[in-house]
Design a protein around this ligand. Structure first.
Ligand code: PEP
Length: 256
């Protein structure tokens, strides 16, 4: 049985006052959810990890802290502007999003760069949430599986098979991110099943344990249907994680 997960990706949103306001509105409703069996992660911009982490820590580990990116070099060094896995651990992070499509497309992150980050994240004991997904033109050209297969192959090469279940994958069709367009539950399930089957070629037992999140315009109104699909284990949420709608999405994940 895989525990559902819902992770909120705040992207480059927030300021101290706004973060405090959002957390004050969000956390009581999340805590009030009855019998919540959902791993919940909040991923603010790196400069706010420590302050948001302090608020979350007061909740006894009930809600986890995640980063949106990390340097592929571990330790200390001359890497201006970068943040290491050790630094993330030091401020209380337990999770890190890797290979988000915005990093791949806007910051030219390659499959190899994502794989390097995955190696250091796993070695540091962080739970990586690794994003894969196709662009609209790739879907329209019938290349969805080929693109996801290519991205996944790099990920699987970087992840020792005994650590597969420590990693979380997120299928995020790029055309659905921040656009209001959502994959239908069937479209999501098709790719999630493809991902799980690909992992099973490495290790069938681990494939049954790996959580695969769906991301792309998930809202309270569509979360339930998406999360009801057999290979969808929760969601990676952008826009709706900046509102109290996030709580309804977590509740939807807990209903399965
Ligand atoms: C995301 O940024 O990972 C995402 C899924 O965004 P949104 O929910 O806004 O589409």
């Amino acid at each position: 049985m895989r525990q559902a997960m819902v992770a909120g990706n705040w992207k480059m949103h927030g300021l101290h006052a706004r973060n405090e306001e959002l957390l004050a509105a969000l956390l009581p409703s999340l805590q009030a959810l009855p019998d919540r069996d959902v791993e919940v992660v909040v991923c603010p911009p790196s400069i706010y990890l420590e302050s948001v982490g302090r608020v979350l820590a007061a909740l006894d580990g009930d809600i986890h802290l995640g980063a949106q990116n990390v340097c592929s070099q571990a330790g200390q060094g001359a890497y201006t502007g970068e943040v290491s896995v050790e630094m993330l651990r030091d401020v209380g992070c337990t999770h890190v999003i890797l290979g988000h499509s915005e990093r791949r497309t806007l910051f030219a992150e390659t499959d190899e760069a994502v794989a390097d980050k995955l190696r250091v994240a796993l070695a540091a004991g962080l739970t990586p949430i690794v994003c894969v997904g196709e662009q609209l033109a790739e879907r329209e050209a019938g290349e969805t599986e080929a693109v996801v297969e290519r991205q996944l192959t790099a990920v699987l090469a970087a992840c020792p098979s005994d650590q597969l279940a420590n990693m979380v994958l997120a299928y995020e069709p790029v055309w659905a991110i921040g656009t209001g367009l959502t994959a239908t539950p069937d479209q999501a399930q098709e790719v999630h099943q493809f991902i799980r089957t690909r992992i099973a070629r490495v290790d069938a037992t681990m494939a049954g344990l790996v959580r695969i999140l769906y991301g792309g315009s998930v809202k309270a109104a569509n979360a339930k249907e998406l999360f009801a699909m057999p290979d969808v284990d929760g969601g990676l949420i952008g826009g709706a994680s900046l509102t109290t709608e996030f709580t309804a999405i977590v509740a939807a994940a807990g209903a399965h």
